[in-house]
Design a protein around this ligand. Structure first.
Ligand SMILES: [Zn+2]
Length: 678
């Protein structure tokens, strides 16, 4: 290759900063039908078996059980769900195992507990060794589609890597939110739009059973329902979001009825977790394990509405959902699934008490406090915390009177049961989650902490302050995070400074502070807090991505490379991360590696504007105009208003001797304003 030894980096220059246009490269804000990523497994798909029922899984984010009419609420928020409940099995005592969106959806879709699947935070990859409902159904010949409504369930941007396994279509396509941009066109989609996307997919399906997952994020804060719910629920916007989500579910169910699909289809509806709304001092969810965030709505309408209206009084968990759906569909439940089919429970007559386990690592990972664990059994809720808690739910449903010291013997017994349960249910997972030795070495060289034994890790998680005494700090931090999310960085900075004064090592506060400073252009100020956060959370892909950008922008190009390398290792389908790594490599004269990363970027998204532009420019500088033109023409087509694309294209045409074309491109470039790229 005749690369003139000026070094490519000096020629491509800052135009290709990895962060330039961080918010400009949506990986698919297009109609759902265009997003069909045809499955790699299509060829191997067996012919559909007769009599497999269609399955719809509806997850209502952040939705409390006590807002459901079919569970006794008199607020009248859920007429559509209430009507469906008459044809469904209803579970009045259903519990989430973890009050965090990604983690809870993992338990729902894998039928495994958090201590087994180890997905305890955003950005933790879902191991492909875990049983996964969409993948199992896909292998049985199902058409599979996911329609999610928040960036935090996007498998392609580092927040939910691995979630798209087994899906023909995974409709996400979210992007970071630039200042002033509409929340519902960037990081979140309203229920109505999600349902419309799903209906569009359903309308085009070929023959054969389908599995549809619809995720509605509306009830998650900020509580901001659209009209007319905004006005109707002006004093209770959280309720308004639930009423709006119910109406959207009603639209989906109505369309199914219209097409004669409703009765035959199995439909499961549940929340991933609830919302505290100030109870126990917690504003939202994630820290505590009380009923406000763990008692969730759950109903399952069986094919042909079998056992319509049956109430199953046994305590069940979201881990039981996947086994129930599989058994009801007549498909064998993988032995790795830890939940139990509710159909079995009905056979047993539900005489036995079924304890429900829950945990949250968020206080530890986010704040450096102690993780919490809980067991609901008999009439008791036991919470393992630095100051342990015991509540008699039979006469203290609000969980307000801690009996742990006066009933120490009961607390001891439940503590023992909780340990036993964890010991029985965490076992295989360490092996599952552990990468092979080669992978392990690679991760270590990228700065990931080698995982010690599960036991030591667990002990570490349980050290630290009791979240009970700190809850106001987490509320304040949540407010600051919303400011960062809404691009109010100036407002976020002083809030975060106050928090960090009190808790200087708090990982999430450091991360958010670093991000806010970086967005304000203060990259050097962003470095220390981001590095501090990453030291505690080395597996946090989003944090490492931000750190990579900040290092690059403050001139440490070589330091940026390993951060992006770590990110693509963990989230191999994150397009912009591959591009960022390519831009860094190009800058530090590792051109062949840059080309490899650009190829990966373009294999994930052939329309990636900056990847086409950079690849074309490098080829052009390598005197390979024939290949360069393909990328540059694509770049100019994707962003016709890009002056750079036309200028670079002119140069490539010139090299090919296509003088007229070159002049045309120069004229195009002249029409567009902006500084001349160097
Ligand atoms: Zn959630």
């Amino acid at each position: 290759m005749a690369v003139r030894h000026l070094g490519i980096s000096f020629l491509v220059l800052f135009l290709f900063s990895p962060s330039a246009g961080i918010a400009q490269e949506p990986h698919g804000a297009k109609p759902a039908s265009k997003q069909i990523a045809r499955p790699r497994t299509e060829a191997a798909k067996p012919a559909p078996k007769a009599n497999l029922p269609n399955i719809i899984l509806i997850t209502l984010d952040t939705t409390r059980a006590d807002r459901m009419g079919f569970l006794g609420s008199t607020k009248g928020l859920t007429p559509n769900l209430d009507a469906m409940a008459k044809q469904a099995l209803v579970f009045p005592h259903a519990y989430s195992h973890v009050p965090i969106t990604t983690a809870s959806h993992t338990t729902i879709l894998t039928g495994t507990f958090p201590q087994y699947n180890r997905v305890n935070d955003f950005g933790v990859p879902l191991s492909d060794k875990l049983p996964y409902l969409p993948d199992l159904l896909h292998h049985r010949g199902y058409h599979t589609g996911a329609f999610v409504s928040s960036i935090i369930l996007d498998p392609l941007d580092g927040t939910a890597p691995g979630f798209d396994r087994g899906f023909d279509v995974y409709d996400a396509g979210f992007r970071k939110r630039p200042r002033g941009a509409d929340r519902y066109k960037t990081i979140e989609r309203r229920a109505g739009d999600v349902v419309n996307h799903a209906l569009g997919w359903l309308s085009q399906l070929p023959d054969g059973p389908f599995f549809l997952w619809v995720h509605l994020y509306d009830a998650h804060d900020p509580y901001d329902p659209p009209s007319p719910y905004k006005e109707r629920f002006a004093s209770a916007p959280y309720d308004g979001e639930i009423a709006y989500a119910d109406a959207s579910v009603g639209k989906l169910l109505g369309e199914l009825r219209k097409h004669g699909l409703y009765d035959e289809t199995m439909i499961a509806v549940m929340a991933d977790h609830g919302e505290s709304l100030g109870a126990h001092g917690e504003n939202t969810h994630g820290i505590f394990l009380y009923d406000e965030t763990l008692h969730v709505p759950l109903m399952i309408k069986l094919p042909l509405n079998r056992d319509a209206g049956t109430r199953v009084d046994a305590r069940v968990g979201l881990v039981d959902v996947a086994p129930t759906l599989l058994q009801a569909a007549g498909i064998a439940v993988p032995k790795e699934m830890q939940g139990q089919s509710a159909l079995e429970l009905m056979k047993d007559g539900a005489t036995q008490d079924r304890p429900a386990y829950a945990e949250t690592d968020y206080p530890h990972r986010g704040f450096g406090w102690s993780s919490l664990r809980a067991l609901r059994t008999g009439k008791y809720l036991y919470v393992q915390a630095p100051e342990r808690e015991l509540y008699n739910q039979a006469n203290d449903p609000g969980e307000l009177h801690n009996l742990a010291s006066q009933s120490a013997a009961v607390a001891d017994t439940l503590s023992g049961q909780l340990q036993d349960f964890r010991a029985r249910t965490s076992q295989t997972l360490v092996e599952l989650a552990k990468p092979d030795p080669e992978q392990m070495q690679k991760l270590q060289s990228l700065g990931y902490v080698a995982s010690s034994t599960a036991e030591t890790q667990d002990d570490k998680k349980l050290s630290g302050a009791d979240p009970k005494g700190k809850i106001q700090i987490s509320n304040d931090l949540h407010d600051a995070m919303l400011d960062v999310e809404d691009a109010r960085y100036q407002e976020a900075v002083p809030l975060l400074q106050t928090i960090l004064k009190e808790e200087p090592s708090m990982p999430v506060a450091n991360m958010q502070y670093g991000i806010a400073q970086a967005r304000l252009g203060n990259f050097r100020e962003a470095l220390a807090p981001l590095q501090k956060a990453i030291k505690t959370l080395p597996d946090n892909t989003l944090g490492r991505y931000e750190l990579g950008l900040a290092l690059f922008e403050s001139g440490d190009w070589k330091g940026a490379a390993p951060e992006f390398e770590a990110v693509v290792e963990r989230a191999p389908r994150w397009t912009d991360a591959h591009f960022s790594l390519a831009a860094v490599y190009a800058r530090i004269d590792r051109v062949p590696e840059a080309m490899t990363e650009l190829d990966t970027t373009l294999s994930l998204n052939p329309d990636h504007y900056r990847a086409n532009l950079l690849r074309g420019r490098i080829l052009s500088l390598q005197r390979n105009p024939v290949a360069a033109v393909t990328n540059l023409e694509k770049a100019a087509k994707v962003q016709p208003a890009s002056r750079e694309a036309h200028l670079f294209l002119a140069d490539a045409y010139q090299q090919l001797g296509r003088v007229v074309d070159a002049q045309h491109e120069l004229a195009e470039a002249k029409k567009l304003s902006g500084p001349t790229p160097q």
